[in-house]
Design a protein around this ligand. Structure first.
Ligand code: AMP
Length: 277
């Protein structure tokens, strides 16, 4: 496994792989790797000829400076996990490499900016758009891997790829969960033992809502009940619990079992903001 820190280091390697007609898979991450990230790596290893994993805690996608300051960093353990998976390259750029000057270009993803994550994290998707574009330009993969856990991010990246004609394929990987159902997330490391127990509320509320929807209960009644459940949990602070169209992220006011729908949730548990769908 080779570590690369700049585009200049990668260029001759990229050219060499291109000449050999080898397909490059890119797995963008912010590190603090868990088995969910490794599912993306495993999928890339199975799909592409060689796999590049990037680790970069991107300052421009944090709308909350405290969240950025507290973001977990476990580089040594991350590199061990990636070596165990026989990853070919790890791209570890510095902030100066990624942002030699502040980026003036701004992304506006239109309606997606005003819903769910876009609404509650102003500027977040601009930061995602900038960093993912830079990674695509620097690494030039033929295929890139993203997790369904960040469902709206997937929508944003699909738009980015279409609107800017990136010549690559996107692969979306299902959410990996802990045995009790909690979606794996680097932020879970920040939960205290009691918060970790309470965090299961995101998963149980999704399951409860799904079961009730299929039993024919009215969505708005379900949503009201779930909001009350969160309201009754002192550790939780719910931001949204919405039934949405997974392409437009428009909220539905009623459930249609023949229409593709996702329930998306975001809640603080203590000081840690978690999402699931
Ligand atoms: P992050 O390091 O949080 O930016 O995540 C890097 C990539 O891993 C993103 O495409 C995420 O959607 C994906 N990811 C994060 N958590 C999970 C999970 N529990 N299961 C599957 N993919 C995940």
């Amino acid at each position: 496994m080779k570590l690369i820190r700049t585009g200049a280091e990668w260029n001759p390697l990229w050219l060499n792989h291109l000449q050999k007609k080898q397909q490059i898979g890119l797995v963008p991450t912010m590190g603090a790797l868990h088995d969910g990230h490794l599912d993306l790596v495993i999928k890339s290893k199975a799909t592409a000829d060689l796999t590049v994993v990037s680790i970069f805690v991107n300052p421009t996608q944090f709308n909350n400076p405290e969240d950025f300051a507290k973001y977990p960093i476990t580089l040594e353990a991350d590199l061990q996990k990636l070596a165990d998976e026989r990853v070919d390259y790890v791209f570890l750029p510095s902030v100066e490499t990624m942002y030699p000057a502040p980026t003036r270009l701004r992304f506006d993803f239109g309606d997606l900016e005003r819903k769910l994550e876009g609404k509650f994290r102003p500027g977040h998707f601009n930061g995602v758009g900038v960093v993912v574009s830079k990674l695509f330009h620097l690494i030039r993969p033929q295929v890139a891997f993203f997790g369904q856990k960040d469902l709206q991010q997937v929508g944003i990246i699909k738009r980015l790829v279409n609107d800017l004609s990136f010549e690559l394929k996107l692969e979306i990987v299902p959410t990996r969960r802990e045995p009790d159902g909690l979606a794996m997330s680097s932020r879970n490391m920040r939960l205290s033992p009691i918060e970790r127990k309470k965090a299961i509320l995101l998963f149980t509320s999704l399951e409860k809502a799904k079961t009730e929807l299929f039993a024919g209960k009215n969505w708005l009644e379900i949503q009201t009940q779930i909001k009350a459940d969160f309201g009754n949990e002192p550790f939780a602070n719910l931001e949204y619990f919405e039934l949405v169209n997974p392409e437009t992220f428009e909220s539905y006011s009623q459930f249609d079992r023949y229409q593709k729908s996702f329930i998306c949730v975001a809640s603080y548990i203590g000081d840690t903001r978690l999402i699931d769908n």
